[in-house]
Design a protein around this ligand. Structure first.
Ligand code: PMP
Length: 387
């Protein structure tokens, strides 16, 4: 009964956001929230997207449903952007953001008989919740040492033994949340051998293409990996690289042998139909318009280059800093918006209370929340709590 429901604890990040909002200090620094911010602390709508919206409002002929698969042309364009040629025969369906794509993929796995999903840890805190919501078991697979900021690929692959044939493993494609540490080409090759040896279905989560080294560079490893494995599920998000967070832009792609594609596609339709029936249109239409118009696409690429450039500059400043116990050069060399600092709870609390520096409870920092003017103050605070 509804009376029997217990109150759920709030999301830990929401607690930090509230504390930040209520902090009266004017020089506080917000490294908690996971959205890109420009040097003025704003997350503006990208110009290319604004123009696409203007055209949509002026020219969209109807608001009828988009169909079971969603916007097919959007999927073709975003698939090409991510996978290049090899994505052509992947099965796809539009999704309600990257999160919705992850959930669709987990439901598909469960319906195919999978029971477990290996989750390299630490990971994005929503991953375990999504996996469990699909009635699959989360099996943690430690792979990263926060103190040294290094990936232990052999430990990760050794963890594959904890799963059985037909189970899955989530691998982040680039700009890892919350670690910023990406797999090298060699590591992707080892991972491909490992999943094949153990009969695992890899599930690649790609939410930050273009935030690391470039649109093409960021997916080189994932493309190499995908070219080697017979089966794979891939969740894409357009939240970050198109700045379309609230419009819920996403898609799920599945690589499968030709004879299984019709079954995969129909199962995805059935899962979506019983859940939200049809996907939202607006964000996907914006992405379609941007990617199909060479001038708009160029404008978008330049805006994305600027976003990445800002994060790269911040990382370079972090790399040059010397902080007692933290390997800053490694953090500086990482990619995307996030890194996780080797800090204890007491240090995180002290940073917040004494210095007004806010990060998540697990010491994840959003690089994009650190404008140049705050850098020295942030480093001073970090030195103070680590000395
Ligand atoms: N995967 C990862 C690793 C993420 O960080 C995010 C967003 N925070 C997503 C997926 C999903 O993004 P969205 O649902 O907003 O598209």
């Amino acid at each position: 009964m509804l009376n029997d429901l217990a109150v759920k604890p709030p999301d830990p990040l929401l607690k930090i956001i509230k504390m930040f909002r209520e902090d009266p200090r004017t020089d506080k620094i917000d490294l908690g929230v996971g959205v890109f911010r420009d040097d003025n602390g704003a997350t503006p709508v990208m110009k290319a997207v604004k123009e696409a919206e203007r055209r949509l409002v002026a020219e969209q002929p109807t608001k009828t449903y988009v169909g079971q698969q969603g916007d097919v042309e959007f999927q073709r364009l975003i698939g090409e952007l991510t996978f290049g040629e090899q994505g052509r025969d992947f099965v796809s369906i539009q999704a309600v953001g990257g999160t919705g794509a992850l959930r669709l993929g987990c439901d598909l796995l469960r319906d195919s008989g999978a029971r477990r999903v290996l989750l390299p840890t630490p990971s994005w805190p929503n991953h375990p919740a999504i996996i469990r919501a699909a009635r699959l078991e989360v099996v943690g697979a430690p792979f990263f040492d926060v103190a040294t900021q290094q990936i232990d690929i052999d430990a990760l692959i050794a963890g594959f033994a904890k799963a059985e044939k037909g189970d899955s493993i989530i691998l982040q494609g680039c700009c890892h949340n919350p670690l910023g540490a990406d797999f090298s080409r060699q590591q992707w090759e080892k991972l491909a051998d490992g999943v094949m040896k153990h009969g695992l279905i890899p599930f690649i989560d790609l939410a930050y293409q273009g935030f690391g080294d470039g649109l093409e560079q960021d997916v080189e490893g994932a493309r190499l990996f995908l070219s080697r494995v017979p089966h794979a599920i891939i969740a894409l998000s357009g939240a970050k690289n198109f700045g379309l967070y609230r419009e819920r832009v996403g898609a799920l792609f599945v690589k499968a042998p030709a004879q299984t594609r019709a079954a995969v596609q129909s199962n995805l339709f059935a899962i979506a139909r019983a859940n939200y029936s049809m996907p939202p249109d607006h964000g996907a239409s914006c992405v379609r318009l941007v990617l199909s118009d060479p001038a708009l696409k160029q404008m978008w690429i330049e805006e994305l280059d600027a976003i990445r450039g800002q994060m790269k500059k911040t990382r370079a400043a972090l790399a040059a800093a010397r902080i007692n116990s933290i390997p800053m050069s490694r953090i500086g060399a990482q990619r995307g918006m996030f890194s996780t600092l080797p800090l204890e709870e007491a240090q995180i609390v002290r940073l917040r209370e004494e210095f007004g520096v806010y990060m998540t409870d697990l010491a994840r920092i959003n690089i994009a929340g650190l404008p140049e003017r705050d850098m020295e103050r942030f480093l001073t605070a970090l030195r103070a709590v680590t000395s």
